[in-house]
Design a protein around this ligand. Structure first.
Ligand code: AMP
Ligand code: ZN
Length: 110
């Protein structure tokens, strides 16, 4: 999508250091963190949101949870507090599916 901010980050039109990268996913820190650790896990494919997911995305969703687990370990969150949040509808501000990994002290709603 031409003017989607996350597509621009994925295409490297906006410089961003990735915390995790694979053929199908990227992950990077949220620019306005809601917790001590706040990482966004984002599919490279432009999927608008949860409502656009279907059976064909089964493998991708497994990969997302594998990436989450990897990031939990690399940030030493396994014995700390962590949450995974996906916003939808009016709670979603960037219309490109993403999973928020929130770790440590949660400061505000995402
Ligand atoms: P949501 O409300 O679930 O769509 O969340 C979008 C998230 O993207 C927010 O937490 C924003 O702070 C974050 N965000 C927006 N633009 C950027 C950016 N350029 N780099 C990193 N995070 C961003
Ligand atoms: Zn996009």
């Amino acid at each position: 999508m031409d003017d989607c901010i996350f597509c621009k980050i994925i295409r490297k039109e906006i410089p961003k250091e990735f915390s995790f990268e694979s053929d199908t996913l990227v992950a990077f820190p949220d620019i306005n963190p809601s917790a001590d650790i706040h990482i966004l896990i984002v599919p490279r494919e432009h999927i608008g949101g949860i409502a656009d997911l279907n059976e064909s995305h089964g493998k991708l969703l497994t990969e997302i949870y594998k990436a989450v687990n990897q990031l939990v370990k690399s940030n030493n969150l396994q014995d700390d507090l962590y949450r995974v949040v996906v916003n939808g509808g009016k709670a979603q501000h960037v219309p490109h599916l993403h999973f928020h990994l929130l770790g440590g002290q949660w400061k505000k709603m995402v």
